[in-house]
Design a protein around this ligand. Sequence first.
Ligand SMILES: C[S@@+](CC[C@H](N)C(=O)[O-])C[C@H]1O[C@@H](n2cnc3c(N)ncnc32)[C@H](O)[C@@H]1O
Length: 365
Amino acid sequence: MMAPQSVIWKLDDHTRAKHIILRKYLDAWLPILIREGRSGLLIDGFAGPGEYVGGEIGSPLLMINAYQLHRAESLRRGRVKFLFVELDPRRAAHLRQKLQAHLQRQPLPATATYEVYTGRFVDAMTNLLAGGCRHYDAMFVFIDPFGFSHAPMDVIRNLMGCPRCEVLITFMYQEINRFLEAVYRTKRQHYDALFGTPAWQMLLLDAPDVQTRQRRLHDLYRQQLLTVAGARYVRSFCMRDRKNTTDYFLFFATKHRRGMQEMKRAMWKVDPTGNFVFSDCTGLEQGFLLQNDDPEILATLLYEHFRGHQVTIDEIEEFVMADTPFFKYKSSLKLLEDRQQIVVCGEEGRRKGTYKDPTLLIYFR
Ligand SMILES: C[S@@+](CC[C@H](N)C(=O)[O-])C[C@H]1O[C@@H](n2cnc3c(N)ncnc32)[C@H](O)[C@@H]1O
């Protein structure tokens, strides 16, 4: 999509899908991380004007709603701050108006505050980090630019250095295409900053086709989130349209297994409207459709990965969260146990098919 010039614009299916993910994730994230004696910072780094032409709400109001409408009362006992960053002063002003009107009808409790910062994401983050982010116990940063620029890897690394920080990044596929085909040479520094390395240039040199180049750039970005930004779990989800072409990637990066588990749960829950579907795109050539919950698929992955080894349930869960599109694994273990492909060691009195204890040892025959 070409970046609109008007203050507000029409909501498209892609953004609608992204909003479903965001809302489902926040519904899970908020009560885990914000409760009595704890505080959280939610950042919308490319906030937009707060509404669309048809009156639909934008991501900042969606975040506020997720907080206000959440059933967990414990949320209101923790402190929360919303920081909305928008470069375009007209959109920032529109957003302020929308927020004021909304909060007049439905005020925030004293434990919650918000700020609209008019300016660049990079500057807002630099200010934030200079002031120290240590007074927040948890942070969630939504990075949703039109293109795939203005969010350099070093800023993401600095954010990931804050306590319990997670990022959700829109990585526009079409922009990559444009960038591959057009004037990328004039934008070298810009892309060096985006990836946090000039290595992207080498990847393009001997790539046989566009798909390979795109895959390499995707993999490099993921690798940089892991090694430079210091995330422990990174997965990318891609949105495909009816013709099965990829529209964009959403990268989610976190240091926490539970965060990845909740993001996967949110992804798996997205109801396909028929116009699009989300796939897990991490390391899979065609992407893995997040509709196929046949436990047989994960059972095969687990068996191939651990065959001949004895591992704990905790190690199995780590593999599932970090290296597969799945977040539930117990029914797959049960299949393997029923077929005697695994042997469960010890734990007297354990009921067959149950794997509660994270230290329980499993031998893959
Ligand atoms: C894709 S839109 C955001 C949509 C919004 N997140 C939502 O889901 O409703 C991107 C927004 O980022 C703003 N923007 C562009 N460059 C920016 C920058 N460097 N820093 C902050 N905002 C920027 C644009 O003006 C635009 O409103």
